[in-house]
Ligand binder design. Structure first.
Ligand SMILES: [Fe+2]
Ligand SMILES: [Fe+2]
Length: 296
């Protein structure tokens, strides 16, 4: 679906430079995301970086004290927050807070669409987490980050190509293939390519960029197809839940992510697809508190 071609990096960079809006990650977030992959990184180094950005620190403390992560005792400093969460989960939350901040780049007048897209993105993140848990893929939070960021390209469409974004939003459809075809017709590229450009610019991990680029065609992902397939299935279920307001009865048999998983593992192929989807969706709903916290 047009996503396997090289990302037209120069075109996007030039475009966003012209409109003066190349979205950036907060400096502290960039440094924190880079340092966490350093095996010599200590919690002290990590917390020092986060403390340079009060807004980031406040968001982290709010999350760690939410009932989703809380162990009962209130945590009021970054160092202890990281001890409770662990470096990896802290990294995921920094990314979540950063992705949330990108939504604020969307132009005025698009508030309803922005909120809808945020709900869709965070739901896809939580569903990705459920799929990983139930199928034992062994991801350690990158599936949540990938689900949350999968449609960053749509936000970039709203920022750089507002007319096209409006036309697509007015379609009022969740038929992803139809939307991708329209993007190709109107622009010659798709929102997965635009999203992958952004995460490449931000130097985010390759697995995240690949999951974004191939979330509509996971089998084509060269190295991280399972992550892309997880996001593909999660997105389908998110669309189903948003459209029907139900957590039962989704037909995932034609989803490319599900098909990929079935082709890789007999144990997945043997599952009752409908029951599996129902379990994923109803458990995702119980994580709703995380979503509302992130949206605050
Ligand atoms: Fe999506
Ligand atoms: Fe998408």
């Amino acid at each position: 679906m047009g996503t396997a071609t090289a990302t037209p990096t120069e075109t996007f960079t030039e475009k966003f430079r012209q409109i003066g809006n190349v979205p950036t990650l907060p400096t502290a977030a960039t440094r924190a995301l880079a340092i966490v992959n350093d095996p010599n990184c200590s919690i002290r180094d990590f917390s020092k970086i986060i403390e340079t950005d009060p807004a980031l620190g406040t968001s982290l403390l709010k999350l760690v004290n939410s009932s989703f992560y809380s162990g009962g005792t209130k945590i009021s400093d970054i160092h202890n927050a990281i001890v409770r969460l662990g470096l990896r989960e802290t990294q995921n939350l920094i990314l979540a807070v950063s992705v949330r901040s990108v939504f604020r780049w969307m132009p005025k007048g698009q508030e309803a669409e922005r909120d809808r897209l945020w709900r869709h993105s965070s739901l896809t993140g939580v569903l990705s987490r459920q799929i990983n848990e139930k199928l034992g893929f062994g991801f350690k939070g990158e599936e949540f980050s990938a689900g949350l960021s999968h449609d960053l390209g749509r936000i970039m469409l709203a920022v750089g190509y507002p007319d096209v974004f409006c036309k697509l939003a007015n379609q009022k459809t969740t038929d992803e293939n139809h939307l991708l075809r329209l993007e190709m017709e109107m622009l010659g590229f798709t929102h997965p390519e635009l999203g992958a450009w952004l995460t490449t610019m931000w130097n985010l991990p390759d697995e995240l960029t690949e999951a974004i680029l191939y979330h509509h065609d996971p089998a084509k992902a060269p190295r991280h197809a399972v992550l892309a397939a997880t996001v593909s299935l999660a997105e389908e279920l998110a669309n189903f839940m948003e459209m029907t307001k139900q957590v039962e009865g989704a037909n995932i048999s034609h989803n490319p992510g599900w098909s990929f998983m079935c082709s890789q593992w007999e144990s997945v192929d043997n599952l009752d697809a409908e029951l599996f989807a129902n379990a994923i969706m109803s458990d995702a709903v119980t994580e709703a508190e995380t979503l509302s916290l992130l949206s605050a």
